[in-house]
Design a protein around this ligand. Structure first.
Ligand code: NAD
Length: 349
């Protein structure tokens, strides 16, 4: 396993490995950049097949967090943690405590939040050992409702306002009658569907499970399509809200939509796919810019704030996207590259 030569290493500031003999914890914390503040990012627990796979994931994800935080206007850097192992098989209270001690050993340079394979309950156990755990005592909700710590309402609202301004920029119209195809109706996708429905959009939806489709069909007048047909829908906007790497040469060639704006992380199979979208005259809302509502939510839970301040911050996703689009247009560049440029200007300042 090479570390400094690793293709994803990219000037990481700090990489820490932990093996706790008593609990069997094997974990890695990667801190990419703290120029703007302590690094913030989720802790993922996953049955990685090799240490290499875990290292690759943690490096890639922590770098992504630096860019996301910078574009969201947070005084926060990027970091990430991974625990190697199947959460359904080896997760114990003692293992979570050991992970809490590992986070604490970095003295606050890394603040841990939730990610795949981890729950708020797990983070609360980690918080017995460290003050550097986020997302466990939520106070604010983007619409002033009871805050339960789930950042999805903020993420969905951020995607909604970002999608709306992307449509205004590309199609010069509001959302009334705009056709939106949503892939994935989970925590974010279903809430996005509701916002869009209320704004007068026409919805086409898909998921691999029927329950949420039934809600979207009955409550938001959505039309159901099969999962593999979502790319072919004759719609104005494609909103990927399920998994990553769905924008590849094959799917991009099929799209009839003029805007891609959705919540999924790592939507582009490769950076070059941003250029393919541009060549097809499809406006792409860079995923880590439009889906930053969740991290903005977690950030506000840690500082003295209010529902209104959090909501206003989420709404600034629109302004940031327009900045990206205008510069991309002026420089004739793909929007994903311009987002990277602006983020780098912010955190390298
Ligand atoms: P989720 O697991 O609640 O929902 C994902 C949905 O996609 C599920 O309903 C699932 O059945 C569906 N799905 C899976 N494979 C599919 C396929 N092939 N075709 C159609 N649907 C499929 O997840 P979520 O929290 O709603 O997050 C959605 C995406 O947004 C993820 O990529 C996530 O990483 C990203 N994201 C989420 C947040 C957040 O606050 N939850 C924040 C930032 C980014």
């Amino acid at each position: 396993m090479s570390v400094f030569q690793h293709i994803e290493f990219d000037n990481h500031e700090h990489l820490a490995f932990c093996h706790d003999k008593e609990t069997g914890l094997k974990a890695i914390i990667a801190i990419h950049n703290t120029n703007l503040g302590a690094s913030l990012g989720g802790c993922r627990m996953w049955p990685y097949v090799s240490d290499d796979e875990a290292l690759n994931d943690v490096l890639r994800l922590s770098k992504g967090m630096t860019y996301k935080a910078a574009m969201a206007g947070l005084n926060q850097g990027g970091g990430k943690a991974v625990i190697i192992g199947d959460p359904r098989k080896i997760k114990t209270i003692e293992l979570m405590r050991a992970m809490g001690r590992f986070v604490d050993s970095l003295g606050g340079k890394y603040i841990s939040a939730e990610d795949s394979g981890m729950s708020v309950a797990d983070l609360k156990i980690m918080a017995e050992q460290s003050n550097h755990i986020a997302g466990i005592d939520a106070k604010y909700h983007v619409f002033g409702e009871h805050a339960d710590g789930n950042p999805a309402p903020s993420t969905a609202y951020g995607v909604f306002v970002g999608l709306r301004s992307s449509v205004e920029f590309a199609l010069k119209r509001d959302l009334k009658g705009v056709k939106v195809a949503i892939q994935g109706l989970g925590h974010v996708g279903l809430r996005l569907a509701e916002h869009l429905y209320k704004a007068g959009a026409e919805l086409y939806v898909t998921d691999i499970y029927p329950e949420n489709i039934a809600i979207a069909v009955s409550q938001f007048n959505a039309k159901q399509v099969k999962p593999d047909e979502i790319y072919d829908v004759d719609a104005d906007v494609f909103a990927p809200c399920a998994m990553g790497a769905i924008l590849n040469p094959d799917s991009i060639a099929r799209l009839k939509m003029k805007v891609v704006a959705g919540a999924a992380n790592n939507q582009l199979a490769t950076e070059k796919c941003g250029q393919l979208l541009k060549e097809r005259n499809i406006l792409y809302a860079p995923d880590y810019v439009i889906n930053a509502g969740g991290i903005i939510d977690i950030y506000h839970q840690k500082i003295p704030s209010s529902h209104e301040a959090m909501r206003a911050h989420v709404e600034r996703i629109s302004t940031t996207l327009i900045e990206v689009y205008e510069r991309a247009q002026a420089l004739n560049l793909a929007t994903n590259l311009v987002a990277n440029q602006i983020a780098e200007e912010r955190f390298n300042k």
